[in-house]
Design a protein. Structure first.
Length: 84
């Protein structure tokens, strides 16, 4: 399984709405692929925060640095594609 294939199945994986064989393949992929593990874990945590409707306040300086980092990352990855 490639990272691209994993990402295509991520929603169903997190919802638990897939057959056992495919779920097993995705879990196996997560055991050796750090990138997909981070994406999966971060997505799960984001969903949990959203569902719990938790609001985290950030100091203004941290909020500004985070915003700048996100904008910079988005601009640098715009137009580039990930192979796997």
């Amino acid at each position: 399984m490639t990272c691209k294939e994993f990402l295509q199945e991520l929603n169903d994986f997190l919802d638990g709405s897939m057959d056992a064989k495919l779920q097993s393949e995705l879990k196996e992929h997560l055991t050796w692929c750090h990138h997909c593990h981070v994406v999966c874990d971060t997505t799960k945590k984001t969903i949990e925060i959203y569902r719990n409707n938790e609001v985290y306040s950030l100091p203004d300086e941290l909020r500004s640095r985070l915003h700048s980092a996100i904008i910079s990352k988005c601009k640098s990855s715009k137009g580039s594609t990930s192979a796997d």
